[in-house]
Design a protein around this ligand. Structure first.
Ligand code: ATP
Ligand code: TZE
Ligand code: MG
Length: 260
């Protein structure tokens, strides 16, 4: 694993450019900032290319898809490809509507992404696996999530991080699993979006599978520590999770990470 990830983030302070949804941008910006990255949100497609030039990584979120957001995603994605910068994509509720599927397909064709992070329902939709997705939530399915993640990674030719009680990280061949988790993460809307931001920070440093796997553990490790303090208070848990993100060092992260 990447044993000096937190130190490297705080030294390099990667700039992460986001096409955020309209629900959780503050949570995402805080998540990036608290671990030591530098967040930037954008809203005007006319500056997507110029802002991508100064970014170390780009994070694209389908959550509040609309024509402007799609133009932002395409503009940033295409420039990032040309400049060989990493792109993280979150296909929020992609299986829910034909429009979301069409816009995702257009993005993946015009600007291939480095990493897709979604819950089981979203990754299943990309893999073409039958799944009972529930809006923005994972829903239920009968196929092994590891197979779902590997299929999506092979189809989309990128790294896939399938989040859930166990997070699955794969390039289509090698598979790592992060077993740290905190159920109150699912009570707070947007913690998947925060995970995307953290993965963007890490991708700004390296996109090797070990770095991405270590980065996937940052949020659940912080959330486990917060759960010890606030086992039944989801909003206090949320605040404490951010405190723990700010405090987290490599020693604590490596000690607490449960990877298989
Ligand atoms: N059932 C669960 N128990 C514990 N932790 C979970 C569970 N499901 C997801 N997580 C953790 O919650 C975080 C967010 O992942 P999740 O799968 O909920 O994203 P999401 O569905 O895209 O959320 P959102 O759309 O609200 O941002 C990850 O760190 C993941 O490990
Ligand atoms: C609630 C919600 N609706 C669209 S995006 C979003 C935040 C979770 O991704
Ligand atoms: Mg989500």
């Amino acid at each position: 694993m990447k044993t000096n990830l937190m130190k490297t983030i705080r030294e390099q302070q990667p700039i992460v450019l986001n096409v955020a949804n309209h629900v959780t941008p503050q949570r995402v910006a805080d998540g990036i900032n608290y671990i030591g990255g530098s967040p930037m949100m954008m809203a005007d497609p006319l500056e997507a290319a110029d802002l991508t030039k100064i970014a170390d990584a780009v994070v694209l979120n389908l959550g509040s898809t609309n024509p402007t957001a799609q133009a932002l995603m395409l503009g940033a994605g295409e420039t990032a490809n040309r400049l060989h910068k990493p792109v993280v994509f979150d296909p929020v509720a992609v299986g829910a509507t034909p429009l979301r599927r069409k816009r995702t397909q257009q993005l993946l064709e015009r600007a291939p992404v480095t990493l897709i992070r979604g819950n089981a329902g979203e990754v299943a939709a990309l893999a073409g696996v039958s799944w009972d997705q529930r809006g923005i939530d994972a829903g239920q399915g009968s196929v092994d999530p590891v197979t779902v993640a590997q299929t999506a990674a092979q189809k989309c030719q990128c790294i896939v991080v399938l989040s859930g009680p166990t997070d699955i990280i794969t390039d289509g061949t090698t598979v790592y699993q992060v077993e740290n988790n905190a159920p109150m993460l699912t009570t707070n809307v947007g913690m998947g979006d925060v995970l995307d931001g953290i993965l963007g920070v890490a991708a700004g440093i390296s996109t090797d599978l070990e770095t991405i796997t270590t980065a996937t553990g940052i949020l659940p490790v912080a959330a486990e520590l917060a759960t010890h303090q606030y086992p039944d208070a989801p909003f206090s848990f949320l605040a404490e999770t951010y405190n723990q993100l700010a405090r987290l060092d490599d020693q604590t992260l490596q000690q607490r990470l449960k990877i298989k």
